[in-house]
Design a protein around this ligand. Sequence first.
Ligand code: SF4
Ligand code: SF4
Length: 141
Amino acid sequence: MTRLHSLVYLLPQLWRTLFTRPITVRYPFAPLELPPYFRGRVVINIDLCRGCGLCVRDCPAFALELERESDTLSPSKGHDKFQLIHYHDRCACCGQCQDVCRYEAIWLTSEYVPAAADRDVLREEFGLLGEFGTREVNHAV
Ligand code: SF4
Ligand code: SF4
């Protein structure tokens, strides 16, 4: 009797599934539709960055590192010589760095970070300890 009840319940469900689309995504065979607030790859505009280190201090995943040539802080420009390093393999894409930056120099995009066998490839350096405003950007990834 119980088995009959189960069949009465299941058969209409099975019948319905024949005429509905699967709810699983077809990626990578079809483009993946991302939700509007998807948080992906972190990017930094080194020309806007002042080297204040707030994002480094607030990053819960230790995914940011600031290297300074000296500890002198210029009131107008921040640290004169520095580079900001981002570790994609540690990043949790939480968005805290974007929230804390007063200069809109760091933000999250809707791009994926491709997987890599070598962790060094997932280290990205912004700025080369050069003079303020003339830093080069090295996109390692
Ligand atoms: S990205 Fe923003 S918060 Fe981080 S060091 Fe640069 S200016 Fe400061
Ligand atoms: S998104 Fe989060 S984890 Fe990634 S660098 Fe920013 S603060 Fe750190």
